[in-house]
Structure formats: C-alpha cells, structure tokens
Design a protein. Structure first.
Length: 97
C-alpha cells in the first residue's frame, strides 16, 4: 500500500498527464483548463484576468508554448509553499487568540 507521499506524487504525475495527453506537455489552454479544474479557488481569487497567461510565461522558459512536467512541478511546489506560508501564519494567529 503506497504511503501518503507516494500517493501525492502519483496524483501529481497522473494529473499532469491527464491534461497533457499523449503529447507530453501542457499548452496554455491545457494549463488554463487544469487550473480551472484543479485549482478553482486560486483562479476565482485572482484579480488579474491574465493570471494564467502570466503563469504560462513564467513556466515556458524555452518560449515554445509548452510546459513540461518539471515546470509543472515547479508550479505545484510554488503553490504548496505559498499555502504552507499562509497556513503557518494563520495557525500562529489562531494560537494567539
């Protein structure tokens, strides 16, 4: 039986390939759909309607319109770090009350 971490890794891999399909990379539209389905709260809270475009620009370092798994993983890592930072601050504030 896989551990929680192994399951989390498997989920990230399967999610990437679900949206990338057989081509093995995400286009801007693939990324937009992935973000809408997998991170709906993130996009709903964005004040910038070009948020996905900016994320794509940051991830597409080769400027070929493709986001590979490594760049996708960087996005997930960045979002996870931001969520953890929020969680730590929120928990500290909650503890003070």
């Amino acid at each position: 039986m896989p551990s929680q971490m192994e399951h989390a890794m498997e989920t990230m891999m399967f999610t990437f390939h679900k949206f990338a399909g057989d081509k093995g990379y995400l286009t801007k539209e693939d990324l937009r759909v992935l973000m809408e389905k997998e991170f709906p709260g993130f996009l709903e809270n964005q004040k910038d309607p070009l948020a996905v475009d900016k994320i794509m620009k940051d991830l597409d370092q080769c400027r070929d319109g493709r986001v590979g798994f490594q760049s996708f993983f960087s996005l997930i890592a960045g979002l996870t770090i931001a969520c953890n930072d929020y969680f730590v601050v929120h928990m500290k504030q909650k503890g003070r009350k």
